[in-house]
Design a protein around this ligand. Structure first.
Ligand code: SF4
Length: 193
């Protein structure tokens, strides 16, 4: 079981990985990177709980899961349980973590990393911000495509993708990478609706 903020299905390889994926925003992050746009995901236990079995069921018809945050590895025992169950079912795992490999200090963190097909690793550094990279928001972050189905996966940098969606409550949510001009435009639109 993990505590999460939101899950949804996405098909956007640039932001979340190959194919249709269940994208799960975990709740809770101890890393507190300055400039993080997901501060509402920092508080622990403030989301909803979801059981591993339910996640497996939700992934039944999709390529796999993308775990992001919040910080998935701050609840690594639950995350590892989910990853193992999905791998048994032939699903792929994309893991976004603010930790780097040397910082992992428990076997559940290390195993979660090892079993994931793609790992995007490292803190968000505002001074190193770039909007033209696949998966990463700052140039210090690294992508590891070390396992299984995506072993020869080529990361495609060089374009910027922003995502606008209207959620079930009619609220516009913005994801991905926006340049300053698009940010301003988005703010104007959000103020005027
Ligand atoms: S690790 Fe991710 S969620 Fe946590 S503070 Fe950094 S950017 Fe935000």
């Amino acid at each position: 079981m993990i505590n999460y903020y939101q899950y949804r299905y996405e098909e956007n390889e640039h932001l979340y990985g190959p194919g249709v994926r269940l994208v799960v925003f975990c709740q809770g992050c101890s890393l507190h990177c300055p400039g993080c746009v997901n501060k509402h995901l920092w508080g622990f236990g403030e989301g909803k709980n979801i059981a591993t079995e339910k996640i497996v069921e939700l992934c039944f018809e999709v390529e796999g899961i993308t775990l992001l945050g919040g910080e998935p590895l701050d609840q690594s025992e639950g995350i590892l349980d989910i990853i193992k169950a999905l791998k048994r079912n032939g699903k792929t795992v994309v893991l976004f973590t603010g930790y780097n490999l040397k910082e992992l200090n428990s076997s559940s963190q290390r195993e979660s990393w090892k079993l994931s097909d793609i790992v995007i690793s490292g803190r968000y550094f505002e001074k190193k911000r770039s909007i033209f990279m696949q998966f990463r928001g700052s140039t210090n972050q690294r992508v590891y495509t070390h396992k299984g189905k995506y072993k020869v996966y080529k990361v495609k940098d060089g374009k910027s993708v922003a995502l606008f969606r209207i959620n079930e409550n009619g609220v516009i949510e913005v994801g991905g990478f926006q340049d300053e001009e698009l940010k301003e435009l988005t703010e104007k639109i959000l103020i005027n609706i």
